[in-house]
Design a protein around this ligand. Sequence first.
Ligand SMILES: [Zn+2]
Ligand SMILES: [Zn+2]
Length: 192
Amino acid sequence: MSFDLKCRCGQVHLRLSPARAGIGSHALCYCKDCRAVAKHLGADHMIGPRGRIRVFQTRPDRVTLEAGGEHIACLQLREGGMHRWYAACCNTPLANSFAKPSLPFVALVLGEREDADCLGPVIGVGNAASALPGDGETPKDRGIRRLIWRFLRRTVSGRMVGAAARSPFLQGGAPIAEARVLSDAERRLARG
Ligand SMILES: [Zn+2]
Ligand SMILES: [Zn+2]
């Protein structure tokens, strides 16, 4: 089974395969940076209750680019920060990766998709201190050590199979699109 991730207009199509709980970590992040990316792009539909962003952290060799590579663009909130990949055709956030291309890590930005259940339950919640005020239970951090442990395990297994180089966001070891760093004013505006 695979899990398809498409931008809002449908031109960019990424596929996670096989799509099952064991191949990555389903997580929620409440940090201002993840939220700022969605806000900067005007993709408020990807922001969940209390300002959370739902992601699936996995190895990049498990993600393939099926269509629309020419529309993929990249931004960074600051110099050296995470690469924030998005579909420039309709400004949909797609994924995050480290600026250092040798790390076999990608976090797919899922938004509030109901079918994300096939990726297993949420096992980690991070940066809850930056959650937005709102109704319901106040989110709390949990499972961070588990996320880190899984990240380390994937880094080791990924190094053995050359997973980093097989990222859909790299070609010949270089990013497929140059990252644009937001200006201070843009970042301030997006971080609210
Ligand atoms: Zn699009
Ligand atoms: Zn975050």
